[in-house]
Design a protein around this ligand. Structure first.
Ligand code: FMN
Length: 206
């Protein structure tokens, strides 16, 4: 189609573009995929969504890594039901990506230690919060202890925050693509085929 991107009518190139956008999200805070919406299912069966920062992509494992407070509600959701979905919209190329799979949370182990080590003390600071996220409080608050408000804690001060730090690993086996174009939208899905260890892609009606 004249004037359209090379991936417009090409499944293989569309997949490559989806992959590029997701990887950019883990590498640049300016990329749209840096802050996807992560959805879980609450204990009452209702959907629950929140924005999270995409920290790392492992394409071989089909896995995205996020960081979170070990006391947050999303962890209860996932303990109850591991199903999860990640939604990305990049307004510049007008591409929506919907990833479906399941997620697991880790508090301990080499991967958690490495993620903690890679974080700055400023990023770690939020894990010093005295109350669990979402707790009802008497006064408006950042949740942080007063002594650390407005400043960066040193290594000794930040150490206790490690207990509240967890990583959320989301593994996806379905990737859905929607490309909005004046010449006609394009929609596709790739399913992970474990029998052949590869993605199987097909077009969908938008
Ligand atoms: C731009 C932005 C980035 C955020 N990044 C994270 C994050 O990386 N991890 C996280 O747990 N919450 C993050 N949040 C807060 C979540 O959206 C959410 O409010 C919080 O995790 C509590 O969710 P829960 O009660 O469903 O567990 C972010 C919020 C915004 C607006």
């Amino acid at each position: 189609m004249t004037g359209e991107a090379a991936f417009y009518d090409n499944l293989r190139l569309s997949f490559a573009e989806a992959r590029r956008l997701i990887e950019a999200g883990s590498q640049s805070r300016h990329a749209a995929a840096h802050h996807p919406v992560v959805a879980t299912i609450g204990a009452d069966g209702s959907p629950r969504q929140r924005v999270m920062i995409l920290r790392h992509v492992d394409w071989a494992e089909r896995r995205l890594r996020f960081h979170t407070d070990s006391r947050s509600t999303k962890i209860d959701d996932l303990a109850n039901k591991s199903a999860a979905s990640v939604l990305i919209y990049d307004p510049e190329p007008k591409i929506q990506l919907r990833l479906s799979g399941s997620a697991i949370v880790h508090w301990e182990g080499a991967a958690v230690d490495a993620a903690w080590r890679q974080s700055t003390n400023f990023a770690r600071r939020c894990y010093l919060a005295e109350h669990a996220p979402g707790m009802v409080v008497e006064q408006p608050t950042s949740g942080l202890p007063e002594w650390v408000e407005g400043r960066q804690p040193d290594d000794a001060e930040i150490a206790p925050a490690r207990d509240n730090f967890a990583i959320l690993l989301f593994t996806f086996d379905s990737l859905e693509w929607l490309y909005l174009a004046n010449s006609g939208h394009r929609r596709a899905r790739w399913q992970w085929d474990s029998a052949v260890a590869n993605w199987h892609g097909f077009w969908l009606a938008p």
